[in-house]
Design a protein around this ligand. Structure first.
Ligand code: ZN
Ligand code: ZN
Ligand code: ZN
Length: 460
């Protein structure tokens, strides 16, 4: 069974005298670079204009962040490391600037090390701003991505190779900031390219081959890779979560416990008012129900035996910009493996973000499956059993990117998303009415202390 696990608090409300946790979904203000609880973010105690940053302020904040990293980073130390690994080819840092957005991702920035023979490496550096994680989490995530890259190398998956890395707060890290030194892949991200049907088929066919290779490398636990101090790849706890929640738990040896733990962490965050605080009881009821479904095995849309393994590596941000392609739409590699996770077969090879009908997924209605089917057809030709998994029910994708995303849903959006979830789970929703459904649930769950506390606060 899942242990009741305290939800880690990354930030508290910055209003003097307020002891509440900051709200992960609505509490961060880019204007004053501060965190607020759900009640203070829109209150007289928070005096910012609550509009998104204007363009000048946004560019200014970004330039300041990049500048701070440039100041701390010891270029000479990084170049010495690169030179030591390729002693016969001179290298130098590419010019730095604070205006280009090309090298700045959501969670990382990148600086290029250029060798005289045309090969380039990237220093991939966790971003340092008011939303950065504390050192221990930053390092755990960095080691996890390092472990994943090493594992991918052994599995012969096209991805950047890891050449060196350094941790935050480690005196042995002469570069002065946490970093990974990795290959810079040739090509450009597939997402956003105006691919013809033939070009898309080419990419999907190559992707199907990569998925088939991952299928040839089963693992016996659910978790995230990490790198031990002597640089051995190990399978460690699940590290969540790209959506901004954070937890670590596991590794797990069965899927029901893993998915229940995912729900449990959301329940803990909801109970602590870090997520969905504007409608905490509703959100709690939704996740408590999803947890019951997880323990009952309802998230498994293929055969029950897959709940106990083997398990497979899954790229957790596979919306299409993770695939690099050359001029002819050949895949040059798969990038951005942060948060990659070893998961059950039906999550690893089931419907993915790349092939999702995003309007359906985020709009809380069953989406069309045209793209899912295209990839499934390509898999049919290589590993027929994987084709069947790719066209299986949309359960885990809908959970992860519906209620699991947790980013500023209104209550109506959350209810719509939950209703679509119920339909995907095969439950009857034609006469679905949230208020009566919720009332029924509360009546039958009066033993749940956390739920009672939330109810008392909401009514009191
Ligand atoms: Zn503010
Ligand atoms: Zn507060
Ligand atoms: Zn935990």
């Amino acid at each position: 069974m899942t242990a009741q696990c305290p939800s880690p608090r990354l930030w508290s409300c910055s209003v003097n005298g307020c002891s509440a946790a900051s709200a992960i979904d609505v509490g961060a203000c880019e204007c004053c670079c501060s965190h607020y609880c759900w009640q203070h973010v829109d209150s007289p105690d928070h005096t910012c204009e609550k509009e998104p940053l204007d363009e000048d302020a946004w560019y200014g904040a970004r330039a300041a962040e990049l500048h701070a990293v440039y100041e701390r980073m010891q270029d000479t130390a990084l170049l010495e490391i690169a030179q030591g690994l390729r002693p016969n080819v001179p290298c130098e840092m590419a010019p730095k600037d604070t205006t280009s957005s090309a090298m700045l991702g959501g969670m990382h920035m990148h600086m290029e090390v250029c060798f005289a023979d045309g090969i380039s490496w990237l220093a991939r550096i966790p971003r340092m701003n008011f939303q950065s994680f504390p050192s221990d989490i930053t390092n755990a995530l960095l080691l996890s991505e390092c472990g994943t890259l090493r594992w991918l190398e052994g599995a012969n998956i096209p991805a950047p190779r890891l050449h060196a890395y350094g941790l935050q707060g480690d005196a042995a890290n002469k570069v002065g900031i946490p970093y990974m030194l990795i290959d810079k892949l040739p090509g450009r991200p597939f997402l956003g390219l105006d691919a013809s049907p033939a070009q898309k088929e080419r990419v999907y066919t190559a992707l199907a081959r990569i998925l088939a290779t991952l299928k040839q490398h089963p693992l016996d636990k659910i978790g995230c890779f990490t790198l031990s101090p002597d640089e051995q790849v190990q399978l460690g706890p699940v590290l969540g979560d790209r959506a901004g929640t954070h937890y670590h738990d596991g590794p797990f040896d069965d899927a029901k416990t893993y998915y229940a733990s995912w729900c449990e962490h959301h329940l803990a965050l909801i109970a602590d008012r870090q997520l969905y605080a504007q409608y905490a009881v509703d959100a709690y009821v939704m996740f408590a129900f999803l947890k019951e479904q997880a323990l009952a095995g309802a998230w498994n849309c293929v055969a029950p035996e897959h709940d106990s393994g083997p398990f497979y590596l899954k790229h957790l941000d596979d919306k299409g910009d993770h695939i690099f392609v050359d001029e002819d739409f050949n895949i040059t590699g798969i990038i951005d493996w942060s948060f990659a996770r070893v998961v059950p077969l039906y999550e690893a090879f089931g419907p993915s973000l790349l092939t999702a009908d995003l309007n359906g997924l985020f709009g809380g209605v069953p989406g069309d499956r045209v793209e899912d089917e295209l990839l499934a057809t390509k898999l049919d030709g290589i590993v027929p059993s994987l084709g069947a998994v790719a066209r299986s029910a949309d359960i885990v994708r809908r959970l992860t990117f519906g209620p699991g995303l947790g980013m500023g849903f209104t209550k109506d959006e959350a209810v719509a998303s939950f209703k679509a979830m119920l339909a995907t789970l095969g439950l009857e929703t034609s006469n679905f009415d949230w208020e009566s459904w919720r009332m029924e649930y509360l009546r039958s769950h009066q033993h749940d202390i956390r739920l009672q506390l939330l109810e008392d606060r909401e009514s009191g």
